[in-house]
Design a protein. Structure first.
Length: 198
């Protein structure tokens, strides 16, 4: 299987960790989506990462669809078997992805729009959404056991991205998220090495 990914992407980090937990071997290739590589566009007409091409040539995207695929295809389940716990884990994953969506919009506004055209109220709104999401997540972090679930991987990817792009700007008042990030690093060093990086 081939995974198109970017090292700084929290969504890519989540699925790379997911593949490792599920016991699925992937060939991971870093991809610059701005170049619109032909191979990526053949797999995903949106030109987004992460995108997976399976052994039989089928394309799977976005990150949540890839995680569900790994859950079905792997030797280790990523999602809880209990229906209620699975729903909770899926909601946490969606929350983490949504927070990342807002954080990326903040980054893109500064990266791609000239400073004189930046719309501060819109950036502030995205930041407020992200911080509100983190406050919500702070009260709902699932206990970390011997094998991380999709929810744990989503939180690890999110906090890794926060540490990469917003260090010192998100931690105050969120001791549980900070503690989770450190516990994940020490408990799962091989997975932690797949978190977002520059």
């Amino acid at each position: 299987m081939k995974l198109f990914y970017a090292s700084a992407s929290p969504y890519s980090a989540k699925v790379r960790m997911g593949a490792a937990v599920a016991g699925i071997k992937i060939e991971a290739g870093t991809t610059n989506t701005a170049n619109e590589p032909t191979e990526l566009l053949a797999a995903n007409p949106l030109g987004k990462i992460p995108s997976l091409v399976t052994d039989d040539g089928n394309a799977v995207f976005d990150s949540r669809a890839i995680m569900q695929y790994f859950d079905r295809a792997g030797s280790q389940k990523l999602y809880p078997r209990n229906a209620a716990k699975r729903t909770d884990a899926e909601v946490i994953e969606a929350l983490c992805d949504g927070i990342c969506d807002s954080l990326l919009l903040v980054i893109y506004e500064g990266r791609y729009r000239p400073e004189e055209l930046a719309h501060k109220p819109w950036v502030d709104m995205q930041w407020t959404k992200a911080m509100r999401g983190l406050d919500h997540l702070e009260t709902r972090i699932p206990r970390l056991g011997k094998v991380p679930t999709n929810a744990h991987l989503a939180i690890a990817a999110l906090t890794g991205y926060l540490n990469l792009r917003f260090a010192g700007k998100w931690e105050r008042g969120r001791p549980k998220l900070k503690a989770f990030s450190k516990k994940f690093e020490t408990g799962f060093p091989d997975l932690a090495a797949l978190r977002p990086s520059a």
